[in-house]
Design a protein around this ligand. Sequence first.
Ligand code: COI
Length: 360
Amino acid sequence: MEQISYQIKPRIDKIELPQKLGFGAIFTDHIFEMDYNPRKGWHNFAIKPVERLSIHPAAMFIHYGQSIFEGLKAFRTINNETVIFRPEKHLARMNNSAKRLCMPQIDEAFVLEALKELISIEQDWIPTNSGESLYIRPIMFGTDEMLGVHPSKSYKFIIMLSPVGAYYPEGFKPVKILMQDEYVRAVRKGIGEAKTSGNYSASLLATEIANQLGYTQVLWLDGVEQKYLEEVGTMNIFVEFENEIATPKLTGSILPGVTRASIIQLLRDKNYTINERLISVDEVIEAYDNGKLKGVFGTGTAAIISPVAEVTFKEKKMILNNGEASKLAVELFNEITEIQKGSVPDKFGWITKVVSEVSV
Ligand code: COI
């Protein structure tokens, strides 16, 4: 395979990160980039300074949405090591998204090595405060200059990095979410389980409306009957019933979250009853009315664990735990962030160390 070319910008100033990082507004100096065409396969492997792209207005992804992405995180551990959380799972999911959108497969092992290289070059950008990390955003999009509707033949793949804090302005404070049946995000057998831009544009209007009403996010219901819980705009959802924790099962319209899978594994390991199943709006309301709804929380790479203080459906406003995070949500947040920060052993093998093999 072709080698990665390196063009590294000399660092003049010390990196000064703001006190409050927020999410996705600051970018590191370098990206990894590669191109695809059917003749050469993936080629032009480069780690280079971030630059603006020059894109023809007919580039296919702009018109027909052939664009996928991933979101994963790197951390500086308490032992000063640089680690990535479950990168293999994320790259495998990216290939599933690529397959669904007729895009080429990436070589997951090679891209992981390239990612490690990029991160080792950008190590100084990794924030170290609690709840902070280096967010990794791989993207792939179709670049053919062509207006006919068919899969692009050429593609660009980029990995960019962004030092981030909490995704929601609330931080770890509980968020308020709105269940609504006016709009749907995805339908089964559609593209809901792919991490593709279209699913996010489908979520914008309802989310704007929810925001105007004072809610942080929309809790999407199934696309056919609007009877069953699916996922929240940027995270999967877990419901704590009296004798069971449940999360919507993966029916094809829900994103198969890596944090979701990790939390299911953590809960099983702690001997909780955790079921992946259909969860109806009616049973959530009934459990609430009977005092059997113990908590709700979301999981996601960006959101980590986000406790939910209020869920509203039409006139029914459900205030959970007096507006506080549930004990379980706090426990799970602590456990997953401790694994990521290396303060407890990585007994599930979720951590990949970044050790640079190339000196540039
Ligand atoms: C993530 O959790 O990484 C996401 O992709 C959610 C969002 C920021 C789009």
